[in-house]
Design a protein around this ligand. Structure first.
Ligand code: NAD
Ligand code: UDP
Ligand code: UDP
Length: 314
């Protein structure tokens, strides 16, 4: 395709705005659709006015009639604090949003990529998690609006593929961090950095022995673009994440080492259904996309700390 018109839903969010940057920089025509629930115009302000970029306020739970060739479906709050604020809307966004965007893809013949999540694995007993693992998800807990919404969206993607031959790509994103994370989104990386920069104590939920694997945003977007450009027969699901695994205590130490200051660690109760461990098996991404992360946590944290330092100063 010479000059594909690209729709990015959730394009004013953390990941979406970095994706729009990459697409606009490569000369693509981008339509960014967002209802600004967790995203903001500030994230894409530098793109507004550029000839290849268009911004539209729209909620994907309602139908959208536009003519496009490719769809990146990222619309959905991603942090527990935000997706639990209005859990019914979260499920609607994942499920009705997927139906509308798949309906759009079916009508236009567009290829469509779904930003799914490692949360489909729930609190996993298989470690690290390969794509073939079906997961262990509580269907009625406080994380379920997000986890089950994303699982149902995957189901819809594969049914539109089988039933209507829609050209789909499903990407399972593991914890990603970097500049433009929301300072109040409650996620661990932004919380620790903002707390350390303000000289406040770092809040460790539970004993801090739970693990996560953190992928820097530039690596993640590269994986997303490679998946979108992969051959038509390749649908995924494919894990994209950094297999480096850290406990929350280790992460806190890394942040404190770089920020300095007098912050201490304080323990807070562990939220319900908080997964104990998480680490992607990325063998499929390596073999099918030739992708693997390149940014070490220390280096990515340095960039992210610099971003938050500037943000807090302004
Ligand atoms: P984010 O909250 O910064 O971005 C989500 C964007 O979607 C925001 O701009 C928000 O305003 C928009 N949005 C929410 N509901 C909408 C609706 N109904 N209609 C239109 N727009 C809507 O989160 P993010 O970290 O950039 O995540 C982007 C996508 O990646 C999400 O689908 C998320 O589930 C997925 N993901 C992210 C991570 C991560 O670690 N960041 C991990 C796994 C999956
Ligand atoms: N849809 C949309 N944009 C389009 C085409 C469809 O938002 O360009 C919506 C449409 O309103 C419908 C959903 O996508 O609610 C699913 O479309 P599909 O064609 O699968 O279902 P149907 O319209 O037959 O219910
Ligand atoms: N967490 C923490 N302190 C914080 C915020 C989060 O210890 O201030 C923990 C949280 O309990 C979880 C991990 O960090 O075990 C990752 O949380 P986050 O909300 O970033 O992502 P998710 O749980 O969705 O992977």
């Amino acid at each position: 395709m010479d000059d594909p018109r690209i729709l990015v839903t959730g394009g004013a969010g953390f990941l979406g705005s970095h994706l729009c940057d990459r697409l606009v920089a490569s000369g693509r025509d981008v339509l960014c659709v967002d209802n600004f629930f967790t995203g903001s115009k500030r994230n894409v302000a530098h793109l507004i006015g550029q000839p290849h970029f268009e911004l539209m306020r729209h909620d994907v739970t309602f139908p959208l009639f536009v003519e496009v060739d490719r769809i990146f479906n990222l619309a959905c709050p991603a942090s527990p604090v935000h997706y639990q604020y209005d859990p019914v809307q979260t499920t609607k966004t994942s499920v009705h949003g997927a139906i509308n965007m798949l309906g759009l893809a079916k009508r236009t013949g567009a290829r469509i990529l779904q930003a799914s999540t490692s949360e489909v694995y729930g609190d996993p007993e298989v470690h690290p998690q390969p794509e073939g693992y079906w997961g262990r998800v509580n269907p009625i807990g406080i994380r379920s609006c997000y986890d089950e919404g994303k699982r149902c969206a995957e189901t819809l993607f594969f049914d539109y593929h089988r039933q209507h031959r829609v050209d789909i790509k499903v990407m399972r994103i593991f914890n990603t961090y970097g500049p433009r994370m929301h300072p109040n989104d409650g996620r661990v990386v932004s919380n620790f950095i903002v707390q350390a920069l303000k000289g406040e104590d770092l809040t460790i939920y539970g004993d801090g022995s739970q693990t996560r694997s953190f992928c820097y945003v530039d690596d993640l977007i590269e994986g997303m673009l490679r998946l979108m450009d992969s051959p038509a027969g390749f649908t995924g699901p494919v894990n994209i994440g950094n297999p480096g695994e850290f406990t929350m205590l280790e992460l806190a130490e890394l942040v404190l080492k770089q920020v300095g200051g007098a912050s201490k660690l304080v323990h807070k109760p562990l939220p319900a259904d908080d997964p104990k461990q998480r680490k992607p098996d990325i063998a499929l991404a390596q073999s099918a996309l030739g992708w693997q992360p390149t940014v070490a946590l220390e280096d990515g944290l340095r960039e992210t700390i610099a971003y938050f330092r500037k943000l807090l100063a302004s």
